[in-house]
Design a protein around this ligand. Structure first.
Ligand code: ZN
Length: 87
């Protein structure tokens, strides 16, 4: 059985490998590409729609227990992660 996580954007459950882990780091939301950083993490689809939904609902602050997290580069970071993963 694959571990399942809930996407912070669309709130749908999905197998972990299809989601991207993010953590709060240096006052902003950072992509945890290897899913190994310590601390609270949140999961979401590497999809612009899901990222935008999570930002609009301020879901990151709630999920990561931090306020005023910067998300300016988050979408670009997630897309870069996915691109490098595909090689
Ligand atoms: Zn989603």
């Amino acid at each position: 059985m694959e571990p399942v996580r809930t996407c912070l954007g669309c709130r749908q459950r999905a197998p972990r490998p299809s989601l991207v882990r993010v953590v709060a780091r240096d006052g902003r939301v950072a992509v945890d590409a290897a899913a190994r950083l310590p601390g609270r993490g949140a999961w979401l689809h590497p999809d612009p729609g899901c990222v935008e939904q999570a930002i609009r609902r301020r879901a990151f602050g709630r999920a990561l227990r931090a306020t005023d997290l910067g998300t300016a580069n988050l979408l670009a970071d997630i897309i870069a992660t996915q691109t490098s993963r595909k090689g």
